[in-house]
Design a protein around this ligand. Structure first.
Ligand SMILES: CCCCCCCC(=O)SCCNC(=O)CCNC(=O)[C@H](O)C(C)(C)COP(=O)(O)OP(=O)(O)OC[C@H]1O[C@@H](n2cnc3c(N)ncnc32)[C@H](O)[C@@H]1OP(=O)(O)O
Length: 159
């Protein structure tokens, strides 16, 4: 079988601007330099992401799924969408003041997400009781929802 050449060309810049009323927010710095999988290559071919807070102080992200996130031909891998929801919804809890890791992430894939398109991740911290913080979120563009998730975050025990 012939070996397929890997395309190593870097994709052109993309516009990750937020919407009116959004303020840029450096969410990954809340947890230090550890979040390289989604946020680590801002000019690469995997993901490109920029974080914001909206006027209700909820975390938002504008994100581009690059060719390295491909699953079904021309579209994002489900695991690639789940990774984004894990990071953004976990960071939404951090941004609300909770030091957490994600304990459970329940994702529903609603529509195929075309590659190399800038989409939005919305999040909402819906409850915080004891060590459990529930965050809901979705990857969408206008009225189209690509994936939605419920994320149970658990606060880290004091060492
Ligand atoms: C640095 C942070 C970056 C954040 C952004 C990125 C998000 C991530 O990718 S985090 C990485 C993925 N997550 C992980 O690897 C987490 C691995 N899991 C763990 O470390 C542990 O299981 C942990 C911390 C979640 C819970 O363990 P522990 O501290 O012993 O708590 P534990 O006593 O078991 O549970 C506490 C409560 O949460 C509940 N709970 C814990 N896990 C779950 C779960 N998966 N589903 C439902 N409930 C759960 C328990 O039932 C318990 O409830 P109750 O108090 O009512 O009895």
């Amino acid at each position: 079988m012939e070996k397929q050449e890997k395309n190593t060309e870097v994709c052109p810049p993309v516009d990750l601007s937020g919407e009116a009323g959004w303020t840029p927010f450096d969410a990954p710095s809340l947890v230090g330099a550890s979040l390289r999988f989604v946020s680590g290559e801002p000019d690469g071919n995997r993901y490109r992401v920029r974080y914001y807070k909206d006027d209700a102080e909820q975390l938002r992200a504008r994100i581009w799924f690059g060719p390295e996130t491909e699953g079904p031909p021309g579209h994002a891998h489900g695991g690639a969408m789940a990774a984004v929801l894990d990071e953004v919804l976990g960071l939404a809890a951090w941004a609300a003041g909770h030091s957490i890791v994600v304990g459970n992430l329940n994702v529903s894939f609603r529509n195929l997400l075309p590659l190399e398109q800038v989409v939005t991740v919305e999040s909402e911290v819906v409850s915080a009781q004891g060590r459990k913080v529930m965050v809901h979120g979705r990857i969408c563009l206008g009225e189209t929802v690509f994936a939605e998730a419920e994320c149970l975050c658990i606060t880290i025990r004091d060492k």
